[in-house]
Design a protein around this ligand. Structure first.
Ligand code: GAR
Length: 190
C-alpha cells in the first residue's frame, strides 16, 4: 500500500485540522506532513506546533508563485491536499499538480449556500435567513471554481426556529469533526 502524505491548508481556528492531526497521528498509510496558512494570526499555527507539525505562512504573492509553493509541497513530498477552513481560491497550477487529489469541507449542503464569500458564519446566517429546515456538511473534490467540485459526501442536521448562526455553527462543527477525517481516509485509500 502506497503511503499518502497530506498537507492541510487552513485559515482560521483549525478545529477540523486538529481532528485530522489526531485521527492520522499513528495511521499506517496516511501521514499529515504539514500545515499551510495565509493567516499569520490563525490559531491553526499553534495547533500545528502542539502536534510537532511544520507550518508555512504565505501571502498572496507567494500563493500565486507556482515555483515557491511547489517547492514547499515537493519538499514535504505531498501526495494530496486537504482544505480545512481555507478561504482563498485554489490556483490552477495546484489543481494541475494534484488532479482529483484536493478535498474541501463546506459547512452547508452544496450546491446551495456556496460560492465566493460564503464561508464560516456567513454561510450559517444565510441558511437561517432563508428559513431552511435543515443544513449540513459537504465534502467535495476541489476544482478551479469555489465549491463546485464533485461531491464525495454529505451529512445533514436539523435547523430549528430557535437556532442562531452560532448554535448552527456548533451543530455543523460536530458533524465536521465526526466525519471529515473518516471520509478523507476512505477517499485516500480507495
Ligand atoms: C468550517 O466550518 C469549514 O467548513 C468552513 O470553515 C470552518 C473552519 O472551522 N469552511 C468554509 O466555510 C469554506 N467555504 P475550523 O477552523 O474550526 O476548522
Amino acid at each position: 500500500m502506497k503511503r499518502n502524505r497530506i498537507a492541510v491548508f487552513a485559515s482560521g481556528n483549525g478545529t477540523n485540522a486538529e481532528e485530522i492531526f489526531k485521527y492520522f497521528r499513528n495511521h499506517k498509510y496516511i501521514k499529515v506532513c504539514g500545515v499551510l496558512t495565509n493567516n499569520p494570526a490563525a490559531n491553526v499555527i499553534n495547533r500545528a506546533a502542539n502536534h510537532q507539525l511544520p507550518c508555512h505562512i504565505f501571502d498572496r504573492k507567494t500563493f500565486s508563485d507556482k515555483e515557491k509553493m511547489q517547492s514547499i509541497l515537493n519538499e514535504w513530498e505531498v501526495d494530496a491536499v486537504v482544505l480545512a477552513g481555507f478561504l482563498w481560491l485554489i490556483p490552477g497550477y495546484l489543481i494541475k499538480q494534484y488532479p482529483e487529489r484536493i478535498i474541501n469541507i463546506h459547512p452547508a449542503l452544496l450546491p446551495r449556500f456556496g460560492g465566493k464569500g460564503m464561508y464560516g458564519m456567513r454561510v450559517h446566517q444565510a441558511v437561517i435567513d432563508s428559513g431552511e429546515k435543515e443544513s449540513g456538511i459537504t465534502i467535495h473534490q476541489v476544482n478551479e471554481e469555489y465549491d463546485k467540485g464533485k461531491i464525495i459526501f454529505q451529512a445533514k442536521c436539523a435547523v430549528t426556529p430557535q437556532d442562531t448562526a452560532e448554535t448552527l455553527a456548533g451543530k455543523i462543527h460536530d458533524l465536521e469533526h465526526r466525519f471529515y477525517p473518516k471520509i478523507i481516509e476512505q477517499w485516500l485509500m480507495q
